[in-house]
Design a protein around this ligand. Structure first.
Ligand SMILES: [Zn+2]
Length: 450
């Protein structure tokens, strides 16, 4: 997991966002951005009183998913229930810059403890996505053989390996995954993404024509500082490419289960355009991509450096039609209905005394299980592939044990609920092929039996 990559250094100074205001934003009197308390190092959580992008105080509630435990809070099977933290998960919308954000920031030390299991996250879909990204860059913004490419939160170097055949690359990665990258020939600074790292990189390696940051941009508390740091790394005509969860498919396909405290912000393109605007940057190209059930890839550069492509206008138009405040209200109602629908479906199954096993324990499963209120009396166990570090533990907030996947084929439960339901089409044929004879429950977007 590359989410810990952008840990702000203690020496990093809090930064003021540029005074440029997004369209429709009215200046707010009161606490300047610098006075907002940071959650990092508190050992607790901090309430989001003001918009994380534009600092407006009048955030509107969208959805409340109850109290969610950290997704890594998985006690060993057999341990007695004990006091454990859970944090309110309220989603808020800023009426000024349109950012959708969580109402609480939890100390990263709680969400990403040293024991946080390393998973490279380089699934087939991600690998293909990175390959496609390098092809897109080559066709839209060709790099010369001297241009440096830097990946922030570079993990095991998978993304950069696609750029390495062309010219110089450099990863910045704080975890041991960086050593794997070095072993495969990808130069990597094993350190946090902070001011001293940036100084060292620019002094020793120069500036980057392309800076990438995938799946980290919604996780970091101070997004303005991240952007300022990235800009420092870039050549004057440098381009920043970032990929994050995308709000539009989240709303369209009921992916409320991707809401948990690691994800602080749920970006629309509108909110990203407003964010970059505050840093005198243009979003020059954007497109939806399929990773994580629906993400957005955005290219940004210093203002006026490149023409803004039509893709930006097209996506903004689609958002203006769909991502209205009314639509978000409707989404919240549908989330509640979907919970009731899933409960009704499970009630019928359990009334017949039939078994339900969960398949897969991704982070999003924790939100689904806790919000819907599924416990060990409803779901007998959750199955993970052999070697998963989650085997032998309880699902967060429950006493549902995580077991090895072969149990599915040995026990043949009547039902298997796909907790990675966003790839249900890929999973079902595989599990049938391997001998599962029961039925599948797909919990979202509509609870259904396959
Ligand atoms: Zn805002």
């Amino acid at each position: 997991m590359d989410v810990v990559a952008l840990g702000a250094s203690p020496e990093a100074k809090p930064t003021n966002p540029k005074p440029t205001k997004p369209p429709g934003f009215k200046p707010m009197a009161g606490v300047p951005h610098t006075a907002v308390k940071s959650a990092a190092g508190t050992g607790h959580s901090v309430v989001v009183e003001r918009c994380q992008i534009c600092d407006a105080p009048d955030l509107e509630p969208v959805l409340f998913l109850g109290y969610l435990p950290p997704v890594n809070a998985m006690p060993a099977i057999g341990s007695r229930p004990c006091e454990q933290p859970a944090y309110p998960a309220q989603v808020l919308r800023c009426p000024h810059c349109s950012l959708v954000q969580l109402g609480l920031v939890v100390d990263p030390a709680i969400l990403f403890p040293p024991s946080y299991p390393y998973t490279s996250g380089t699934t087939r879909v991600l690998r293909e996505n990175f390959k496609e990204l390098s092809r897109e860059v080559a066709s839209l913004y060709p790099l010369s053989t001297n241009d440096l490419v830097i990946d922030v939160g570079s993990n095991d170097g998978t993304l950069l390996s696609n750029f390495a055949t062309r010219g110089p690359v450099l990863g910045i990665e704080p975890t041991n995954a960086g050593k794997l990258a070095i072993e495969r020939g990808i130069p990597t600074y094993i350190s946090f993404f902070n001011r001293s790292t940036i100084r060292r990189v620019t002094a020793e390696e120069g500036h980057a024509k392309l800076v990438t940051a995938t799946n980290v941009f919604a996780h970091i508390e101070d997004v303005h500082e991240v952007i300022e740091s990235v800009v420092e790394l870039m050549t004057p005509d440098g381009i920043f490419v970032t990929e994050s969860h995308y709000l539009l498919p989240l709303v369209r396909t009921m992916q409320y289960d991707t809401i948990y405290h690691e994800h602080l912000r749920y970006y629309s393109l509108r909110s990203l355009v407003n964010l970059f605007d505050m840093h005198d940057m243009d979003v020059i190209h954007a497109r939806p991509i399929p990773t994580h059930g629906g993400s957005i890839r955005v290219y940004a550069a210093r203002r006026g450096t490149y023409p803004v492509r039509d893709t930006v206008r097209q996506m903004l138009d689609a958002e203006e039609r769909e991502l209205t405040a009314e639509r978000l209200d409707d989404f919240a109602k549908k989330v509640a209905q979907s919970k009731l629908g899933l409960c009704a479906l499970l009630r019928e199954i359990k009334a017949k005394g039939q078994r339900v096993y969960g398949v897969g324990a991704p982070s999003r499963a924790s939100t689904l299980i806790n919000y819907v209120g599924i416990d060990a009396g409803v779901m007998d166990c959750v199955l993970e592939i052999e070697g998963s570090h989650k085997i032998g533990k309880y699902m967060p907030g429950t006493l549902i044990p995580v077991c090895e996947e072969s149990k599915l084929f040995e026990d043949q439960p009547e039902y298997a609920m796909l907790l990675s339901w966003h790839i249900a089409e890929e999973l079902m044929p595989k599990l049938w092929q391997r001998g599962f004879r029961g039925k599948f429950i797909v919990p979202l977007p509509e609870p259904s039996i396959m």
